[in-house]
Design a protein around this ligand. Structure first.
Ligand code: FAD
Ligand code: NAP
Length: 554
């Protein structure tokens, strides 16, 4: 039996719900639907569960939301039992946690691993989705849920000469499971985003020489990670339910930080500097919340940006290298703020060189390395920390066809169009978890995942209860939502950066701010209100006699 057959063996070939992806989203979605008695399977391309934390095994990979918060909240016993070893958990620990969840809730029996979904086509007559795996097998399901991740389509720029290069190449998002030993090697890292900034210090500590190719300097704040203390753990666990509720309902980012009620320019310069210094010393993205207008007021933002630039000058000994590392082309935080451990200090090592490729771009890979600005560099290994086709890439790599054979890719050529980031008009019964138009990547993503999963599970349950076979956004509701997402984004400084939030990292991708910036609390209230009003803005269709019924409530 193939793995897919094994996964199917426990149930009907025709599923109530097919879920694509077995990261945090897919696993919780499976659990919710199974508990409601729906026949459900997860289809996952990887050889195991974990999503982001399965794929991104590069040295230094860890979360930048504190582990007490970057974890599921749906099960009180789970959050009490699990013990995190550090303030910010590293990738192996997060992966162990996800595996623990899969085992604890007996999820694996409904997951088909090594099963990439290549196509999903809506059959209007039967009101169901037909999924085809890369291996050619097909699955029919009334609903299809894309739990495919916002940062799961790894991207290496289309450099000429890739095939000619004789050394080893790696992408941070597809790191070899056996690890990589860079000892004694001359290594290049291309990119200075979050993945690069985390991986550069440990690679530099191991390699004979490391050359970093930087196109855009980024803002980074120190993590100042520490081993978990009993006291800190207790401060969360004693009050977990209330704290989680606060993160869900009362914050914008789904994370509890030390929020400020003051604007940066409302305080005296000395007090402002002291506040930045205090937060810099504590570490983490809490720095972004020193004042409440850093992401909306350019002058306020400049005070924080100047503070970080001064820290870079202070940290990096060589003035030319320091100068090259100073971010200058975007307001602080409008590209995701990086959180590092010894990043700027790494440029003081004798074995590290920074090459600025802003004005002298990488032209080609060669047999021995790469050529940038007309100069040849030789390397034993090149690490591409070049990011992802974010938010839409994983969806675009599946041939998704809705009504009248319309391709999702075509429907979204001018940028993704969704209602609430949950569904797209013309694609009935197709849900997205953390889809474009929802807070997703602007939040503690697990908070957003749990909210979407709960909303989708409740929606599918409501459809069953009403005897409805179909749900789809009304075009008017969708257009209003897309306009709202855009309008709210433009009240902030975010659209001023050439970020992956804007699709700007992919040549030819339409530039539109993709996530919803209204905050998870406000967004949740909107979604709940839509559901409470009979799924306002969605069109529903009652069952027809020739269509198979869904499983009865368990
Ligand atoms: P993913 O974890 O991306 O899982 C999607 C799964 O779908 C993958 O396993 C993929 O293989 C599978 N898949 C995709 N397409 C197909 C297909 N066609 N067929 C079958 N399977 C498919 N978020 C935070 O909030 N805080 C952090 O600190 C943080 N750190 C991060 C660090 C890194 C290095 C990266 C890349 C992301 C980080 N994120 C962070 C975002 C992170 O992606 C989310 O927090 C979360 O893990 C997403 O879970 P998911 O299940 O939605 O998607
Ligand atoms: P990224 O932020 O998109 O960074 C990619 C880097 O590659 C950028 O510096 C980019 O430069 C550079 N690059 C791309 N093409 C290039 C080219 N042709 N020549 C030279 N440089 C090139 O990707 P990422 O670092 O993987 O991070 C993606 C997201 O994942 C993060 O923003 C974050 O949400 C998440 N993440 C989180 C953590 C964490 O700390 N928890 C860690 C890793 C990732 P330009 O800026 O000039 O395009």
């Amino acid at each position: 039996m193939t793995r897919l057959d094994e996964a199917k063996a426990g149930g009907d070939k025709r599923l109530d719900v097919a879920i694509v992806g077995a990261g945090f989203s897919g696993l919780y979605m499976l659990l919710r639907l199974r508990r409601l008695g729906f026949s459900t399977r997860v289809f996952e391309a990887a050889a195991d569960v974990g999503g982001t934390w399965y794929w991104n095994r590069y040295p230094g990979a860890r979360c930048d939301v504190e582990s007490m918060q970057y974890s599921y909240s749906f099960d009180e016993q789970l959050q009490q039992d699990w013990r995190w070893s550090e303030r910010f958990a590293a990738q192996p620990e997060i992966l162990r946690y996800i595996n623990h969840v899969a085992d604890r809730f007996d999820l694996r029996r409904d997951i088909a691993l090594e099963t990439r979904i290549a196509a999903a086509v809506f059959d209007e007559g039967a009101a169901e989705w037909r999924l085809t795996t890369q291996g050619g097998e097909t699955i029919a399901a009334r609903h299809c849920i894309m739990a495919t991740g916002c940062l799961s389509a790894a991207r290496v720029p289309d450099f000429p000469g890739m095939a000619a290069y004789r050394g080893k190449t790696y992408h941070t998002g597809q790191w070899p499971h056996e690890g990589v030993d860079f000892s004694g090697l001359s290594v290049a890292v291309v990119g200075t985003g979050s993945s690069a900034i985390q991986s550069i210090p440990p690679i530099a500590a191991q390699a004979a020489h490391l050359t970093v190719f930087q196109r855009t300097p980024n803002f980074s704040v120190p993590a100042r990670n520490w081993a978990m203390t009993e006291e800190y753990e207790r401060s969360w666990k004693d009050d977990y339910a209330a704290l989680r509720q606060r993160a869900r309902a009362e914050t914008r980012s789904g994370t509890i930080y030390e929020f400020s009620t003051q604007g940066a320019l409302q305080v005296e310069p000395e007090a402002r500097e002291a506040e930045y210094e205090r937060r810099w010393r504590k570490g983490g993205a809490n720095f972004m919340h020193a004042f409440n207008d850093i992401l909306v007021d350019k002058a306020a933002n400049a005070t924080a940006a100047d503070f970080v630039r001064a820290k870079i000058r202070e940290t990096v000994s060589d003035p030319d290298t320091a100068q090259a590392l100073l971010p200058h082309d975007h307001p602080l935080g409008t590209k995701r703020i990086c959180v590092d451990t010894g990043y700027y200090e790494t440029f003081n090592r004798d074995n590290v060189t920074l090459v600025d490729v802003r004005h002298a771009p990488i032209e080609t890979l060669t047999e021995t390395g790469l050529r940038a600005g007309g100069k040849d560099y030789a390397f034993d290994a090149i690490v591409f920390a070049t990011g992802f086709d974010a938010m839409t890439g994983a969806l675009a790599s599946i041939d998704i066809r809705g009504r009248d054979g319309m391709a999702l890719k075509e429907a979204w050529t001018a940028g993704p169009r969704t209602y609430l980031g949950l569904m797209s008009a013309g694609f009935p019964n197709l849900f997205m978890i953390t889809g474009p138009g929802s807070p997703s990547v602007l939040s503690n993503v697990i908070v957003s995942i749990e909210q979407h999963v709960d909303w989708i599970a409740d929606c599918i349950e409501a459809l069953r209860a009403a005897g409805d076979h179909l749900i789809e956004p009304e075009i008017g509701a969708q257009e209003t939502w897309v306009a709202h997402v855009n309008e709210v984004a433009h009240r902030t400084l975010y659209p001023q950066a050439n970020s992956w939030y804007m699709g700007a990292n992919i040549p030819g991708k339409t530039r539109v701010f993709m996530p919803y910036i209204g905050g998870v609390g406000a967004y949740r209230a909107i979604c709940d209100e839509v559901a409470a009003n009979g799924y306002r803005g969605f069109r529903r269709e009652a069952a027809r006699r020739n269509r198979p019924a869904m499983s009865a409530a368990g």
